[in-house]
Design a protein around this ligand. Structure first.
Ligand code: HEC
Length: 182
């Protein structure tokens, strides 16, 4: 074996070991289990354990825990932000299939977010889903780069308009909207 293939072999072994470890649970410090002070959740008879849902006293408490855990509109919006970035990258790469995929996911994420925060539905549909989302979808499918550049800039404005309408205008002053331009 020459040096290069030895190195390759060792890297391969390393990856194999990493893979095996990924299946195991991470190590824990030897501390007692207790509920966090920072969140209010239903009281339960069972002591805290990793079976955080099974431990609850009733299904109703389990649903309450899930509602807390699944949060509100912030988490879907974090995903929308990520996928918006990926849409931009895909357009730059002229990877229309990927742009189309990301754009569909953005619609799904906003809609499932609205299941949790129905007060946002009126603006989400009125400002975004029923209008600009569809126009952007058509532009992506048309694969017209020149049109796409203009359309993306309109989408950007509309994202920011909803933040203003929903009274979180401070969301707009960030690199995502400053830097991702055509
Ligand atoms: C319903 C109107 C609405 C639309 C449409 C909308 N947003 Fe938001 N966005 C919000 C609200 C409201 C928040 C604040 C989150 C919260 O209240 O929990 C937010 C927060 C964000 C955040 C910050 C998330 C965080 O926690 O750091 C990003 C990033 C974001 N939006 C990106 C976008 C992008 C990109 C688009 C367009 C593709 C968009 N948003 C469209 C309402 C909207």
């Amino acid at each position: 074996m020459n040096l290069k293939s030895k190195c390759l072999f060792l890297t391969f072994l390393g990856l194999l070991t990493l893979g095996a470890h990924a299946q195991e649970k991470a190590a824990n410090a030897d501390n007692a289990m207790r509920m966090p002070k920072g969140i209010k959740q239903p009281a339960q008879k069972a002591p805290p354990s990793n079976n955080w849902l099974q431990d609850a006293d009733s299904d109703s408490d389990r649903f309450k825990k899930l509602e807390i855990y699944l949060r509100g509109f912030d988490q879907p919006m974090l995903e929308v932000g990520e996928r918006y970035q990926r849409t931009y990258d895909a357009i730059k790469d002229r990877n229309w299939e990927l742009a189309d995929y990301q754009w569909d996911k953005i619609k799904l994420v906003i809609n499932t977010g609205l299941m949790k925060r129905p007060k946002r539905t009126q603006n989400a549909e009125g400002i975004f889903l029923d209008g600009i989302w569809k126009q952007m979808d058509e532009t992506i499918k048309s694969r017209n780069y020149g049109e796409m550049e203009k359309q993306f800039m309109v989408v950007r404005e509309v994202c920011m308009a909803c933040h203003a309408a929903e009274k979180v205008p401070f969301m707009n002053n960030r690199p995502l909207f400053r830097d991702l331009v055509f």
